[in-house]
Design a protein around this ligand. Structure first.
Ligand SMILES: [Zn+2]
Length: 50
């Protein structure tokens, strides 16, 4: 699943729903929309972690 932080718009991939943003720590996380998922490649450097 791909999630996006509503606060800083950091986009990241997780197997399970995260409880906070790994970038800014905000708990305002939601599932990324299709167009937002395209940003993922800009924020990750090599696949799924954690
Ligand atoms: Zn954030």
């Amino acid at each position: 699943m791909i999630y996006i932080c509503s606060k800083c718009l950091f986009t990241f991939k997780r197997k399970d729903e995260p409880d906070h943003c790994p970038n800014c720590g905000s708990i305002n996380i939601r599932e990324a929309a299709e167009e937002e998922k395209s940003k993922l490649k800009d924020n990750t450097k090599g696949g799924e972690t954690q």
